[in-house]
Design a protein around this ligand. Structure first.
Ligand code: TRP
Length: 455
C-alpha cells in the first residue's frame, strides 16, 4: 500500500465544494421535491430536519472521522483503525453499495443528458413539440436511454481520470458555482409566475394529516441519500482531507448547504407546477413521483413565458448536480481498485465503467425490454434504488456510527474531532456529539428500520 504519494484536496473551499457537490445531486432536485410532494410538504421538511440533526449529522461526522484518520479507501481505512478485524469487510460492502448506487444513478443521469439535449433542440428549432409526452416511450426504448446512460458514465469517468485535485476538486468548484447561479435564475422565473405563491404556501405550511410511519423512513432514507452518507463516499473524500480541517464544522456546513439547496430546488419546481396548473384550471399535482421532473416539469416549461430558456437552464443544472455526485460515487470504487488491486487510475476507471455500465444497462432496460424481469417483485432499477437507499445506507450508517462510537476509543474520537486539542470546541459540544454518535444515531436508525420491516 504505497500511500506516501496519496493526493489531498488543494484548499478548504475546494474540499467543501467537492463534498457539497457529492451531496447535492439528483437527490435534491429530482427526489426531494417529489418526496415532499407525496409526504405533506412542510411536514416532511420538518421531519427531515430532525432526522438530519439527530441521525445524519452524527453519521456524517463518524464517516468523516474514520476516513481522515484511516487515510485510505473504506476497506483499508477500517483495516488500519481496527487491524485484522472483520470491520474491513464492512468497508468492502460500502464499496459495493457505491457501485450499486452508481449503476442506477447513471440511468437518471442519462435522462438528464437527453432532456438537456432536447430542450436545446426545442429552443432553437421553435418546434412546439411536447417532449413531456414522450418520456414513457423514451425510457422504454431498447437502446436510446442506454446510450445516454453510457454517455453520462463516460463523462463521470473522464473527470475522475484526472485525479483528486485536477479532476474532482477543480470540476466540483466550477460546476457547483454554475449550479447555484443557474438554479437561482430558475427560482426567480418560477416565483414570478402568477399563482406561484400557492406553491410556496404548500412548501412552508405543514400538513400533518399526510404524515405516517412511512414518512419517517422515507425522510430518513432521503436524508441518507441526499447527504451521501452510509456507503463510504464521505469517508473516501475525507481520506484526501488535511489534518487541519475542522470535522464538525465541515460536516455541519455540508449538511446545511445540501438542505438549503434541496429547498431551493423545491422552490424552482413546486411553485411553477402550481402556477401552470391554476392557469389551466386543474388541481396541481406535485405528488407525481419520479416523473415530476421529467414529465410534469417539461409541460410546465412549455407553457410559460421564457420557458425555453428556463428548460435549458434547469436541465443543465440537473446534469451538473448529477455529475458532481456521480464522481464521488465512482471515486469510492476507483480508490479501492487503485489501492487494493494495484491498478493505475486509468485502468481503475475503465474497470468501474465496465462493471457499472453493464449493471446500469440492466437498470436502464428494466424500463423497456426487461420490464417483465423482477427481483423480489421489483424491477431491476427499483430493486437497486430500494435496497441501497432503504437498507444498505441506513445499515451502513449505523455501523459507521457504531464503529466510531464503540470501536475507536473515546479519547481517539475526541482527539480526531479536536485535531489533537488544537481546535477549541467546547467540551459539552464534543461530548454531546460523542453520545449522539455512540447511542442516539445507532438506536434511532435501528428503531426506524425495524419499524418499517415489521409494519
Ligand atoms: N447525494 C447524492 C444526491 O443527492 C447522491 C450520492 C452521491 C449518494 N454519493 C452518494 C447517495 C453516496 C448515497 C450515498 O443525489
Amino acid at each position: 500500500m504505497a500511500l506516501k504519494n496519496r493526493e489531498t484536496f488543494g484548499s478548504r473551499m475546494g474540499m467543501l465544494l467537492a463534498m457539497a457537490g457529492s451531496a447535492i445531486g439528483l437527490g435534491n432536485i429530482w427526489r426531494f421535491p417529489y418526496m415532499m410532494g407525496k409526504n405533506g410538504g412542510a411536514a416532511f421538511i420538518l421531519i427531515y430536519v430532525i432526522m438530519l440533526v439527530f441521525l445524519c449529522l452524527p453519521v456524517m461526522v463518524s464517516e468523516y472521522l474514520i476516513g481522515r484518520r484511516g487515510g485510505s479507501n473504506p476497506f483499508s481505512s477500517f483495516d488500519r483503525l481496527a487491524p485484522g478485524s472483520k470491520w474491513r469487510w464492512i468497508g468492502f460492502l460500502a464499496v459495493l453499495a457505491s457501485a450499486c448506487i452508481l449503476s442506477f444513478y447513471c440511468v437518471v443521469g442519462g435522462w438528464s443528458v437527453k432532456y438537456l439535449a432536447d430542450s436545446c433542440i426545442l429552443a432553437f428549432s421553435d418546434a412546439q413539440g411536447d417532449y413531456a409526452l414522450s418520456f414513457g416511450s423514451f425510457i422504454s426504448n431498447p437502446w436510446k436511454p442506454l446510450l445516454y446512460t453510457l454517455i453520462f458514465l463516460g463523462l463521470t469517468g473522464a473527470i475522475i481520470v484526472f485525479g483528486v485535485r485536477k479532476g474532482i476538486e477543480r470540476m466540483s468548484k466550477v460546476m457547483i458555482t454554475m449550479l447555484f447561479i443557474i438554479i437561482v435564475m430558475v427560482v426567480i422565473r418560477s416565483l414570478t409566475l402568477p399563482g406561484a405563491m400557492e406553491g410556496v404556501k404548500y412548501m412552508f405550511v405543514p400538513d400533518f394529516s399526510k404524515v405516517t410511519a412511512d414518512t419517517c423512513i422515507a425522510a430518513m432514507g432521503q436524508a441518507f441519500f441526499s447527504l451521501s452518507i452510509g456507503c463510504g463516499t464521505i469517508l473516501t473524500y475525507a481520506s484526501y482531507v488535511k489534518k487541519e480541517e475542522n470535522i464538525l464544522a465541515s460536516s455541519a456546513w455540508i449538511s446545511f448547504f445540501d438542505t438549503t439547496f434541496a429547498i431551493i430546488a423545491g422552490l424552482a419546481i413546486i411553485p411553477a407546477v402550481y402556477a401552470i396548473a391554476y392557469m389551466n384550471g386543474v388541481e396541481p399535482d406535485v405528488s407525481a413521483g419520479p416523473g415530476l421532473v421529467f414529465i410534469t416539469l417539461p409541460g410546465v416549461f412549455s407553457q410559460m413565458p421564457l420557458g425555453n430558456v428556463a428548460a435549458i437552464l434547469f436541465f443543465l443544472a440537473l446534469l451538473l448536480a448529477a455529475v458532481t455526485s456521480a464522481i464521488s460515487l465512482m471515486e469510492v470504487v476507483v480508490a479501492f481498485i487503485i489501492e487494493e488491486m494495484h491498478r493505475s487510475r486509468k485502468k481503475a476507471v475503465l474497470m468501474c465503467f465496465a462493471v457499472c455500465g453493464v449493471v446500469g444497462a440492466f437498470c436502464s432496460l428494466s424500463f423497456g425490454p426487461l420490464a417483465g424481469f423482477k427481483l423480489f417483485g421489483l424491477s431491476v432499477f427499483d430493486f437497486f434504488d430500494y435496497i441501497t437507499s432503504n437498507i444498505m445506507l441506513p445499515i451502513g450508517g449505523m455501523l459507521l456510527a457504531v464503529f466510531a462510537g464503540w470501536r475507536l476509543r473515546r479519547a481517539n474520537f475526541l482527539d480526531e474531532l479536536t485535531n489533537s486539542g488544537k481546535l477549541r470546541i467546547p467540551r459539552w459540544i464534543s461530548l454531546t456529539l460523542y453520545y449522539l454518535v455512540k447511542l442516539v444515531a445507532p438506536i434511532g436508525i435501528l428503531l426506524i428500520f425495524l419499524n418499517t420491516f415489521f409494519s
